[in-house]
Design a protein around this ligand. Structure first.
Ligand SMILES: C[S@@+](CC[C@H](N)C(=O)[O-])C[C@H]1O[C@@H](n2cnc3c(N)ncnc32)[C@H](O)[C@@H]1O
Length: 207
């Protein structure tokens, strides 16, 4: 198998945040895999595409078949090295057949939005998983950056953190739809966020 699987990060979503390197590969692709939104935004009618849905066997089988003919470009949101389909691809294909084009993670953009360094932050994901409780425990000076999903959202996670020793007045910044025209960033307290309408699939920065 000489053709490569190109895993191209497309950034947090807005067109200003995709890199020229990813865009070049995506535009030149004969075979393109991605979520429906990404395909709607970046594919063209000449490309043969496969949507990533809950049925993850479909894109894997598509890649297995098409890679015999040409490169296959797989679009993933944010950075491929940070909670993406890259792990699944590595389980199904030899690592040396995969080329990764890095991109801007939604987590990076969230920290940038509040002009805060993330080198000392504890970055954890609630997206389809739950971090170990010890990792969530409060300690002085701790900064959390959290990926969320529908179930573990701004309200449920705020409640959980107060049960992990965080003060009810701790600051939580809720970053939703980052890089899109309807981006929303709100800084409030854990107590208020726990009582408010849940924001899903966002990033939380807690300190
Ligand atoms: C499976 S993770 C993908 C992370 C991605 N690889 C990255 O580097 O940004 C999906 C989660 O990322 C976060 N996310 C992705 N895009 C976002 C955006 N534009 N605004 C806010 N959060 C976003 C949400 O927490 C979402 O549930």
């Amino acid at each position: 198998m000489n053709n490569k699987i190109i895993v191209a990060g497309i950034g947090p979503g807005g067109e200003d945040y995709i890199t020229p390197a990813a865009l070049k590969k995506i535009r030149a692709a004969k075979f393109l895999v991605g979520g429906r939104r990404a395909l709607g935004e970046f594919s063209n009618p000449n490309q043969i595409t496969c949507a990533i849905t809950a049925d993850l066997d479909a894109p894997i089988n598509f890649i297995r078949e098409k890679i015999l003919l040409d490169e296959v470009v797989v679009m993933v949101s944010g950075d491929p090295g940070y909670y993406s389909m890259l792990d699944l691809l590595r389980k199904n294909f030899p690592p040396d057949s995969i080329e990764v084009i890095p991109s801007i993670s939604a987590m990076q953009l969230a920290f940038a939005k509040i002009a805060l360094s993330w080198h000392d932050a504890t970055l954890l994901s609630f997206h389809g998983r739950q971090p170990a409780r010890e990792a969530l425990q409060f300690s002085t000076g701790k900064i959390l950056g959290l990926l969320t999903d529908a179930e573990f959202n701004s309200a449920t996670i705020s409640e959980l953190l107060m049960n992990c020793g965080w003060d009810k007045n701790s600051s939580v910044t809720i970053c939703a739809r980052l890089s899109y025209p309807d981006e929303k960033i709100l800084t409030t307290t854990l107590a208020a966020a726990a009582q408010s309408e849940p924001v899903k699939h966002c990033i939380l920065i807690v300190k």
